[in-house]
Design a protein around this ligand. Structure first.
Ligand SMILES: NC(=O)c1ccc[n+]([C@@H]2O[C@H](COP(=O)([O-])OP(=O)(O)OC[C@H]3O[C@@H](n4cnc5c(N)ncnc54)[C@H](O)[C@@H]3O)[C@@H](O)[C@H]2O)c1
Length: 472
């Protein structure tokens, strides 16, 4: 009996040792979590490189005239070939303020819509509008985009245009079904440093690109109370993940030709616990007097790593809470050089990448340190993007984040008028927006890898390289 018990215990010990030893071994390859890719409805095709008939005049209607919208109305008064036919906001006084922008520019008054939650529908139903420009809060974007396209209008929508996978696919499907343009208004891809650096990358200055970084690091404490109905705080309180990725991710995806020869394969994300925003809520006298719950779901600092089909990596960060200088990071690493925008703009290149036009003593330079200011200036002049050559002066005068907002709006209208593919298509919108739901999924699963769907549903390798279109 004693011997039997001893043997039993020995077996148990061996088994437990065996299990412990086994648990240190990998249990096989971990496959990324996948989310559904809906089948493309029969008869529907992709809208890659979509062109629509040229338009002499683009007739525009604006929805959302809060902090962001009026600036867009003002910029459009400087763009040739535009007619502003309608303005809409919940509040009549905001519409009136935008009418004053038109008046000041000596333009006719636009039709006004306000006073009800769905007055914007009447704007979309008008037959004298070609483009609906949306600058409302994140929750309203998708119903507005869908309704506008259903009513035959091209759509331009502020960032992020869509916040969950269901909405993203609904927008992709509607754009494919209606074959209308649906562009997200990502302005940072037109920033002077970003666009010049993109041009350098497209000319091979950095060799083969291997890694790109981007971010939205901007302490929003002075602004939290200014959003209509507190929509931005409410969203951050309720959602984990990188909810505002597009300013850093858009430029990264353009550099890596995403869905133009490469595609996003999978991501992993991690966040730190929220501290600053809960403290802000607790210390804000108005919020405190209303008894607001200080619980915040969104992490204070969210990190995302993405790997592409062609073996490139992207690192994206989000932090709108901690007291830090503004940064979109923007770093480009290639086999022959490096670019960095924040906190210090600079290039570091192998000597072979410089020539007499950009450096008189380039033999002495190496990628171990940044090129001197005069070499940087010469590089930026040599590789100034044709878009900047044409628009820099006007853009700086009109303004909007130093001019990039004007360039974005100008390019949208230029491409529509000339019947060209837009600089950003609905698949860019989908890829840049999907970080919000997919990073949340990764974080909620201990930073598990999550597969990024191919929103083109098989077309990611049809176009060879991202390029801006120009009229011949
Ligand atoms: N690209 C950038 O650099 C940049 C900068 C700031 C904001 N944004 C984006 O712009 C958008 C707007 O941000 P904001 O700061 O102007 O917010 P905001 O709260 O100041 O303005 C939103 C406006 O939408 C209006 N609105 C809401 N529901 C409406 C409805 N049903 N019908 C008509 N109007 C309605 C509100 O009345 C408000 O005037 C957001 O998507 C934001 O992320 C982008």
């Amino acid at each position: 009996m004693k011997k039997k018990l001893f043997n039993f215990l020995l077996l148990g010990l061996m088994l437990s040792l065996g299990t412990t030893a086994c648990s240190n071994k990998p249990q096989g390859k971990i496959e990324p979590i996948t989310v559904a890719t809906p089948v493309r409805p029969a008869g529907q095709q992709d809208v890659l490189n979509l062109v629509t008939p040229k338009m002499d005049t683009v007739r525009v209607g604006f929805i959302g005239l809060g902090m962001r919208g009026p600036g867009a109305v003002s910029r459009f008064t400087h763009i040739p070939g535009v007619k502003i036919n309608a303005l809409c906001d919940l509040y009549p006084e905001r519409v009136e303020k935008a009418q004053n922008i038109l008046k000041k520019a000596e333009l006719p008054e636009a039709a006004a819509y306000s006073g009800s939650e769905d007055a914007w529908k009447q704007l979309c139903e008008r037959d004298d509008i070609d483009l609906v420009y949306i600058a409302t809060d994140w929750v309203h974007h998708v119903p507005m985009m869908l309704y506008a396209m259903e009513h035959g209008k091209h759509v331009a929508c502020e960032v992020p245009a869509a916040m969950n996978m269901e909405d993203i696919w609904a927008v992709v499907n509607m754009a494919e079904k209606t074959r209308l343009h649906c562009m997200m208004l990502e302005n940072c891809v037109y920033d002077f440093f970003e666009l010049t650096t993109l041009n350098m990358a497209q000319h091979g200055v950095f060799g083969d690109l291997v890694h790109v970084e981007g971010a939205y690091i901007h302490c929003l404490e002075p602004y939290w109370d200014q959003y209509e109905g507190d929509w931005r705080m409410k969203y951050n309180k309720a959602h984990r993940g990188d909810v505002y990725a597009t300013h850093g991710f858009g430029p990264a995806c353009q550099l890596l030709d995403i869905h133009r020869g490469d595609k996003l394969n999978y991501l992993v994300a991690m966040d730190s616990d929220p501290i600053s925003i809960p403290n802000f809520i607790k210390n804000d006298s108005i919020r405190r007097s209303k008894g607001e719950d200080p619980t915040v779901i969104n992490g204070e600092h969210t990190l995302t790593l993405i790997r592409t089909e062609k073996g490139k990596t992207i690192h994206i960060q989000h932090n709108v809470a901690s007291p830090r200088p503004y940064s979109r990071m923007y770093q480009v690493t290639g086999t022959k050089g490096f670019a960095n925008k924040y906190p210090m703009q600079g290039y570091a290149l192998e000597a072979s990448q410089l020539d007499s036009e950009t450096s008189s003593n380039y033999e002495n330079l190496s990628a171990h340190s940044y090129v001197p200011k005069e070499v940087k200036d010469a590089l930026m002049e040599k590789y100034k993007h044709p878009i900047h050559r044409e628009l820099e002066e006007t853009a700086k005068k009109v303004g909007g984040h130093g001019g990039m907002d004007f360039i974005m709006d100008y390019r949208l209208i230029y491409c529509l008028r000339n019947g060209l593919p837009l600089d950003m298509d609905v698949y860019d919108l989908a890829e840049w927006c999907c970080l919000a739901p997919l990073t949340a999924l990764s974080i909620e699963n201990n930073s598990a890898p999550v597969a990024v769907p191919d929103f083109t549903r098989g077309g990611w390798n049809k176009t060879h390289g991202f390029r801006h279109a120009f009229a011949q």
